[in-house]
Ligand binder design. Structure first.
Ligand SMILES: [Zn+2]
Length: 106
């Protein structure tokens, strides 16, 4: 993730509607984003991807993003969309069962 992509994404986050916001994903891995808006002191917007471990913080926002009122200040996007299919095919192992019939013969 280069700085330009991060900035572009942060722009989109800042301008997104509540509906749009939740469809935003990491441009690098397509995973969901952790987004947090804080308004203590100066306002700041933090966007990060838990997979790629990058984080962008933009502070000094002029206005509160639209989605904050609807969704709250802390959001995880694309919750449902990205879940890698777990297709682990374990080869069947046939276990030869040795039945030891202990037959006692006189
Ligand atoms: Zn990512």
């Amino acid at each position: 993730m280069d700085e330009e992509s991060k900035n572009r994404l942060t722009d989109r986050v800042q301008d997104a509607t509540a509906e749009n916001l939740q469809t935003l994903t990491c441009p690098a891995c397509g995973g969901g984003l952790s987004i947090q808006y804080t308004s203590r002191g100066k306002s700041a917007l933090s966007v990060m991807c838990g997979h790629c471990m990058w984080r962008v913080i933009r502070d000094g926002l002029a206005t509160e993003p639209l989605w904050v009122r609807e969704l709250g200040p802390k959001i995880q996007t694309a919750k449902k969309a990205v879940e890698p299919p777990v297709s682990q095919l374990t080869g069947r192992q046939r276990k030869a069962q040795i039945s030891s019939a202990a037959s006692k013969k006189r």
